[in-house]
Design a protein around this ligand. Structure first.
Ligand SMILES: *Cc1c(COP(=O)(O)O)cnc(C)c1O
Length: 368
């Protein structure tokens, strides 16, 4: 079965082998050496001043960021399941919430955010997804962060980059906190979250201290600066992450980004050429999302007949969209086979006669 869901993504053979070694104790010079090296590479990839690694799924990093940095009131951009998750975290901890809600295909507008922070001076944190995976939507986070910092540099910007870091080059100058998780673009099993911190966030932790116990980021920062963790580190996943970084560097960072871009572009050209429509108004590179009332039927044929597993939609988009992953290192024959299988499914459903267009258009877009 070809796994083309936008997380979890397949784990490469060389990474699985790297993780197959005997477990080592986390409080040893051997592990600290791996931890230090992994931290230093992660800082380069995130382009942030500090990096924290947590034993949790991505949501743990979202929760840790909210509790450690939002003192009173958060502005949450909610254009899907993951934006909604930020709102729920804010409410769970009894903080005040201002929500900017958008349909799942619509990116946040810079002006809306600017208006909101001008209207309400109590907002101290902004939470937003770079790529909102619910609809495969890209928010203009860099522009929003720049505009916000020009108005009030003290507002902390928490950007969820779980389906963005390692998918495209990062420019987080104005982003204070950049979150990533292991099972999406990092091509690892679930269970490791990463948090990149920039100056303002580091300064806040150092001056004000952290909040919480297990998710206390000041406690983690103090330890991780010394190349160890506050609690038991997910040693196997960190060894895996080290191997992922080395594999990406061996292949080339730019080549990885270019491959992802090409895969996304070729998939979209191929699928629009056979009459399908792209769902988000501003598509992220992490996945291609197609709007179709026959999403369930297409997915069923793909899985049962052609051995391709793609994702559907959630909530009000159940049965209305499908999502094809572009994150990680995906061999071209898998991506081509997926668009070809979709064209075959459309034929079977009586939508459009198969003539090999998807396959041809995909390959044409991978040349040059
Ligand atoms: C997957 C994902 C998360 C976190 O999910 P976990 O299941 O907790 O790892 C958060 N944000 C986005 C955008 C995601 O795609």
């Amino acid at each position: 079965m070809i796994l083309l869901t936008p997380g979890p993504t397949p784990v490469l053979e060389e990474i699985r082998q790297a993780m197959a070694v005997q477990t080592i104790h986390h409080r040893t010079p051997e592990f600290e050496k791996i931890f230090k090296e992994t931290r230093e590479i992660a800082k380069k990839i995130f382009k942030t001043k500090e990096i924290l690694m947590l034993a949790s799924s991505g949501t743990g990093a979202m929760e840790a960021s909210v509790i450690n940095f939002c003192k009173n009131k958060a502005l949450v951009v909610n254009a899907g399941k993951f934006g909604d998750r930020f709102s729920k975290i804010v409410k769970t901890y009894g903080k005040e919430l201002v929500e900017l809600k958008y349909e799942w295909d619509t990116p946040a507008s810079v002006q809306d955010v600017v208006n909101a922070i001008k209207e309400d001076k109590e907002i101290d944190t902004i939470c937003i997804q770079i790529s909102e995976s619910a609809g495969g939507l890209r928010h203009p986070v860099e522009e929003i962060a720049k505009a916000v910092k020009e108005i009030n540099p003290n507002i902390i910007i928490i950007a969820d980059g779980i389906t963005a870091v390692l998918v495209e080059p990062m420019y987080p100058e104005n982003i204070d906190i950049l979150i990533a998780g292991s099972q999406k673009a990092f091509m690892l099993p679930p269970g490791l979250a990463l948090i990149g911190l920039n100056d303002k966030a580091i300064e806040k932790l150092d001056n004000d201290g952290g909040v919480g116990y297990y998710l206390n980021l000041k406690a983690e920062l103090d330890k991780q600066r010394k190349n160890t963790t506050a609690y038991t580190a997910p040693t196997t996943l960190i060894i895996g992450l080290n191997a992922v970084f080395k594999a990406v560097f061996k292949y080339g960072m730019f080549a990885t980004f270019l491959d992802t871009y090409t895969r996304a572009k070729a998939t979209r050209e191929a699928l629009t050429a056979i009459g399908l429509s792209i769902y988000p108004k501003s598509p992220a590179l992490s996945m291609s999302t197609i709007y179709t009332e026959q999403s369930n039927e297409i997915r069923k044929i793909l899985k049962e007949k052609y051995q391709v597993n793609i994702a559907g939609g959630q909530d009000h988009l159940k049965g209305k969209i499908f999502r094809i992953n572009h994150m990680g290192h995906i061999p071209i024959y898998e991506s081509v086979w997926a668009v070809n299988a979709i064209e075959l499914a459309l034929d079977e459903l009586g939508v459009r006669a198969f003539d090999g267009t998807a396959n041809r258009v995909y390959l044409k877009n991978t040349k040059g």
